[in-house]
Design a binder for this molecule. Structure first.
Ligand SMILES: [Zn+2]
Length: 122
């Protein structure tokens, strides 16, 4: 689908329809003892890179990866765009202002031929 174009002003509008997926993967970790005597899981060396995206979409953004405290695995949010879907605005208008302007113009245009037709009959 091409980018959304306002039916009144002709400007492009809308934003890419982004979906987010959570990526989880394993990276070597180790247990360390805290000063209070507890134990925490930390990365053992540099984190393993996130698995590559394999879908058909376009990776818009990969957010910062971090080690989950819940399960000791890496977590990252990946924003994907399908490459064609746009959302937002007030389809087929960019704004309510344009929708209103279009409605007024259409109303005015609809009245004109009516008046002319009446004139032709007499
Ligand atoms: Zn517009």
């Amino acid at each position: 689908m091409p980018r959304l174009k306002c039916a009144y002003c002709g400007k492009n509008y809308g934003r890419r329809n982004i979906t987010s997926e959570t990526v989880r993967w394993s990276s070597p970790t180790k247990q360390v003892t805290t000063t209070s005597g507890g134990s925490v899981t930390v990365l053992d060396g540099p984190a393993t890179p996130a698995p590559a995206y394999r879908g058909n979409g376009i990776v818009v953004k990969e957010h910062n990866a971090y080690l989950s405290a819940d399960n000791g695995r890496m977590v990252m949010t990946r924003d994907i765009w399908d490459g064609e879907t746009w959302i937002g605005g007030y389809a087929p208008f960019c704004t309510l202002r344009c929708a209103l302007a279009y409605a007024r113009a259409a109303y005015a245009a609809a009245r004109k031929p009516l008046a002319k037709r009446r004139g032709n009959r007499t």
